[in-house]
Design a protein around this ligand. Structure first.
Ligand SMILES: Cc1ncc(COP(=O)(O)O)c(C=O)c1O
Length: 393
């Protein structure tokens, strides 16, 4: 028998386990909702990105069903060959109007929107100036582009300026930040970064995955929240989190979108969304426009829960959004916290290195608009019990 050429993976896995970083997949036996059956246990779910509870919204389920009846379950092609249906174009038009930009292109995910866009518009002679905590999909896009990558410390605008001062004026530059940082829940300093981009002639890009449907009027994102409309050249959003379905998009000038239709590799080489996904997303935009009370409820729940954790004495970092980390120290402590919470009926995923720094492992909580006060109070009581048990408070 030949030696197993993948044997080294078992060694690597053992090392991951020894460091307390091994993740088992939790299995949802239920719908994605505020209280769910997970791994056979009924738990208050603080782990999803389902900010507005749209994954199970009856109006969206009806839209998806109707689209399946009308158009079938799949498209059978990439967008550039035969996989662009009228409903995909309708979604892009609706998003462009919603985001107040000339045009929008929808990708299969937020990940591919970021990675596909950065790698399409930048090349090996260019420079990318990127916040150190930007999402993995931006980092992968930067690497794929083969441009030089200069990271600046998290939210440090002065450091970004120093990087820019060193670069030749004529060189093409992209300044990129997350709108909401996914592991800390804090906001990128958009007005200051937009000013830098204008001063140094950079392309300005914001990844608003966690801000779409959460920040700004009717959930238009951090560009609207900070009122920097017209100052961000590349706005990325996701349809996979607050919108409740799947996908990502880029909003911007018509020329940017036309170019991405021609050159963004995930757009060109991967099959388009089933029509039911596009229909669901159109329905979700209708909800954002017509039922803003969902977003108000999300924020009311966020304030209640965040304050509750802080009053208990937990280290919740710098969060300004519905994402509230509970920082526990090393990975094994964070995983222990997560495991004990789960045993007591609260699902809040532990997150360790390399997603966050080694000494800042955490449990990340995300409340949704659909959590009831009782569910949130139960979660707080459970955090109090387990936090005391582990000496975190
Ligand atoms: C900041 C950020 N950008 C992009 C993405 C990718 O979005 P999607 O899940 O739609 O691929 C995520 C998702 O984890 C994210 O947190």
């Amino acid at each position: 028998m030949r030696p197993d050429p993948l044997a080294f993976l078992s060694t690597e896995l053992s090392a991951i386990k020894r460091q307390g970083l091994y993740r088992s997949l939790r299995i949802l036996d239920d719908r994605q909702q505020a209280t769910s059956r997970v791994d056979g246990r009924t738990v208050v779910n603080l782990s999803s990105n389902n900010y507005l509870g749209l994954t199970t919204h009856p109006k969206l389920i009806a839209r998806a069903r109707q689209a399946i009846e009308e158009y079938g379950v799949g498209t059978g092609s990439v967008r550039t060959i035969a996989g662009t249906m009228a409903i995909h174009m309708e979604l892009e038009r609706r998003l462009a109007t919603f985001k107040k930009t000339e045009a929008v292109v929808v990708f299969q995910s937020g990940f591919t929107a970021n990675a596909g866009t950065v790698s399409a518009i930048l090349g090996k002679d260019d420079v990318i100036i990127s916040d150190a905590l930007n999402h993995a999909s931006i980092i992968d896009g930067c690497r794929l582009s083969r441009a030089a990558i200069k990271t600046f410390p998290h939210k440090d605008v002065a450091a970004a300026r120093r990087v820019l001062q060193e670069l030749p004026a004529a060189q093409r530059k992209l300044l990129v930040t997350d709108g909401v940082f996914s592991m800390d829940g804090d906001l990128g300093p958009l007005p200051e970064l937009c000013s830098l981009a204008e001063e140094f002639g950079c392309i300005m890009m914001v990844d608003d995955a966690h801000a779409s449907g959460v920040f700004g009027k009717n959930g238009r994102g951090t560009i609207d929240h900070f009122d920097v409309h017209g100052r961000v050249d590349v706005q990325v959003g996701t349809l996979s989190k607050a919108i409740g379905a799947l996908g990502g998009y880029v909003a911007g000038a018509r020329s940017l979108i036309e170019f991405l239709y021609q050159r963004a590799r995930p757009f060109l080489f991967s099959t388009s969304h089933p029509p039911s996904v596009a229909a669901t997303c159109i329905g979700a935009i209708d909800l954002l426009e017509n039922e803003p009370q969902l977003i108000e409820q999300l924020w009311e729940n966020t304030r209640f829960f965040k304050k509750g954790l802080q009053n208990l004495g937990f280290d919740t970092g710098m969060s300004e959004s519905p994402i509230t980390p509970v920082i526990a120290g090393d990975a094994s402590r964070a995983m222990k916290l997560s495991d004990r919470l789960f045993e007591e009926g609260v699902f809040a995923q532990g997150i360790g290195f390399p997603t966050v720094p080694r000494d800042k492992a955490r449990v990340r909580t995300i409340v949704t608009a659909t959590h009831t006060r009782d569910e949130l109070q139960f979660a707080l009581d459970t955090f109090a019990k387990v936090g005391r048990e582990l000496g975190l408070i």
